[in-house]
Design a protein around this ligand. Structure first.
Ligand code: SAM
Ligand code: DTB
Ligand code: SF4
Length: 324
């Protein structure tokens, strides 16, 4: 390894600069795809896709102002606020997800951060879901170090907390918590020994340099996330981003390819936005190195591609669910 690179690593400097990532995003499409496919095949079986199912365990009424989110209390989106679900009801959903082929069960709550008594209920859900033989993931907002330790003790496998966009564009989308707050939560999760699920959203009016900034930040975390959800904005009426122009599908595929190249051993999840995506665009995403999806007719509050559509798409492409 060249001396300069060793020095950079010791100094904790980014392994992927924004310029490096921007250069990848701008490659001719055939060159980009060839690189992404080569990296993918070096680390994964390209016909296997990891399957996660989402459940909103506490919906709406959130005090944060994330400009994309139908669950923020301050936007009129028609999303009814609910209390935290009962443990038994969550376990019934987890059993159904397992029967439809899910490997991991992800539970999301519309909180800024969990209160300690709510966290205890979530820990019971984690223990119950694990005992069904599913991997567990939760996304509950910001966490302190004692809270991450409690989740680890309950057996949590993954924590999802997204950086959403570049450090520069972030303030245009969210004002009620900072980028640094998010990095602090991610550090607490990592320090507790929980796997990190962290990605972002594209199609929020950001430019290519912001997409490069997001991916460079993710790939340069002290340890890159094990799971990287790349969401295409689901534009919901009533949110500030309701009228954002959808991302060009080829630009979306490029984002997936660059995530694959810069985070070679991570699962890259083709996440929200699949319902509006053509089979051809999804096929290109799988070629570009996406190897995980959310499976189930609903995401948290919005529609997902249907289970029957996904089953037909997997059959057409010769893909199979991991572990099946
Ligand atoms: N409230 C917690 C938090 O934000 O940390 C957890 C749940 S929150 C809904 C989880 C993630 O969903 C967000 O960070 C965002 O990346 C994604 N998300 C929310 N609304 C979305 C939308 N309309 N389109 C795409 N992704 C969205
Ligand atoms: C992630 O990156 N995407 C998921 C999950 N993590 C929690 C959420 C997508 C939400 C889409 C909008 C909704 O259904 O409310
Ligand atoms: Fe609340 Fe999470 Fe939605 Fe932001 S993304 S408004 S924190 S539920």
């Amino acid at each position: 390894m060249p001396e300069a690179m060793i020095e950079q690593l010791v100094a904790g400097q980014p392994r992927w600069s924004r310029d490096d990532v921007a250069a990848l995003l701008a490659l001719p499409f055939p060159d980009l795809m060839f690189r992404a496919m080569s990296v993918h095949r070096a680390h994964f079986n390209p016909v296997e896709v990891q399957i996660s199912t989402l459940l909103s365990i506490k919906t709406g009424g959130c005090p944060e102002d994330c400009g994309y989110c139908p669950q923020a209390a301050s936007y009129e989106t028609g999303t009814a606020a609910s209390k935290l679900m009962a443990v038994e009801a969550v376990l019934a959903e987890a059993r159904a997800a397992k029967a439809k082929g899910a490997q991991r069960f992800c539970m999301g709550a519309a909180w800024r951060s969990p209160k300690d008594h709510d966290l205890e209920n979530v820990c019971s859900m984690i223990e119950g879901v694990k005992s069904l033989g599913l991997e567990t993931c939760v996304t509950l907002g910001m966490l302190t170090a004692p809270q991450t330790a409690r989740l680890k003790e309950a057996g949590l496998d993954y924590y999802n907390h997204n950086l959403d966009t570049s450090p520069e564009y972030y303030g245009k989308v969210i004002t009620t918590r900072t980028y640094q707050d998010r990095l602090d939560t991610l550090a607490n999760v990592r320090d507790a020994g929980i796997h990190v699920c962290c990605g972002g959203i594209v199609g929020m009016g950001e430019d290519e340099s912001d997409r490069a900034g997001l991916i460079a930040t993710l790939a340069s975390l002290p340890t890159p996330p094990e799971s990287v959800p790349i969401n295409a904005l689901v534009a919901v009426a009533g949110t500030p981003l309701a009228n954002a122009a959808p991302i060009d599908p080829i630009d979306f595929v490029r984002t997936i390819a660059v995530a694959r190249i810069t985070m070679p051993t991570s699962y890259v999840r083709l996440s929200a936005g699949r319902e509006a995506m053509s089979d051809e665009a999804q096929a290109l995403c799988f070629l570009a190195g996406a190897n995980s999806i959310f499976h189930g007719d609903k995401l948290l509050t919005t529609k997902n591609a249907t289970v029957s559509h996904d089953d037909a798409l997997f059959a057409k492409l010769g893909l199979r669910a991991q572990g099946h």
